[in-house]
Ligand binder design. Structure first.
Ligand code: 13P
Length: 253
């Protein structure tokens, strides 16, 4: 089955409201003819403005949060719920990003709760997995990635698994300028596809897009996206420049 490519820009902690509006305006123009599915994940503070701009332009660009809490509401200072993201106009949410895991103590079990909360609100979760350099060098890549997958998808029925996107983001490739080679990415993506078959059945394994993330740039995107199990990209730094992001989306054609 041909899966529609899916490219999402993770803006991380970048862009004020005004800067976000400018970037969106530029992206909307450049991406009007895109054949891939395209998402952007601005910081929470810019979500409403970006939503407004996308609606004004009747743009098909999708809007993603970068994280959410697993409860709908409550005394959780500084947190934002899946319900709130939905209410603000988000289509989906990035969950379990390695920066959340490494810098903010997120666990596999915590990610699983967030995935369920996002699905309960009808949000499209992008579930991030990936090994550190130390883990790769110790030959533990698949042990780590499969553990994150099994734990993050625990308790989901096959229908729920089909609604996910998985982002394979080797931690050593994020923000380093050192991307995984196409062969390295394909190897892990193929293993993830196999595990999806085990966890969600053949239909889920066919339907779920597996994005690659980690130093995706205009000059390496086509090769990475040309791999049979690389169904898109989760782009950090290069998503902050409309020209670069548009070239990556174009490479997903
Ligand atoms: P870079 O593209 O900046 O390496 O970031 C990747 C990433 O973490 C996307 O979520």
């Amino acid at each position: 089955m041909a899966r529609r490519k899916f490219v999402c820009g993770n803006w991380k902690m970048h862009k004020t409201g005004q800067e976000a509006l400018q970037l969106v305006k530029d992206l909307v123009q450049r991406l009007s003819g895109a054949s891939a599915q395209v998402g952007i994940a601005p910081p929470f503070t810019a979500v409403a403005q970006v939503k407004w701009a996308l609606s004004q332009a009747r743009s098909p660009l999708q809007l993603f949060g970068q994280n959410c809490h697993h409860e709908k509401q409550g005394a959780f200072t500084g947190e934002v719920s899946a319900l709130m993201l939905k209410d603000a106009g988000c289509d989906g949410v990035i969950l379990g990003h390695s920066e959340r895991r490494q810098l903010f103590g997120e666990t596999d079990e915590g990610v699983a709760r967030k995935v369920k909360a996002a699905l309960a609100e009808g949000l499209h979760p992008i579930v991030c997995v990936g090994e550190t350099l130390q883990e790769r060098e110790a030959g533990r890549t698949w042990e780590v990635v499969s553990r994150q997958m099994r734990a993050g998808l625990a308790g989901l029925d096959t229908g729920a698994v089909q609604k996910l996107t998985i982002a394979y983001e080797p931690v050593w490739a994020i923000g380093t300028g050192r991307n995984a080679t196409a062969a390295q990415a394909q190897e892990v993506h193929g293993q993830i596809r196999g595990l999806l078959r085990e966890l969600g059945g053949a239909a889920a394994a066919d339907a779920v897009r597996i994005q690659y993330g980690g130093s995706v740039k205009p000059d390496n995107a086509a090769e990475l996206l040309g791999q049979p199990d690389v169904d898109g990209a989760l782009v950090g730094g290069a998503s902050l420049k409309a020209e670069d992001f548009a070239k990556i989306v174009e490479a997903a054609r």
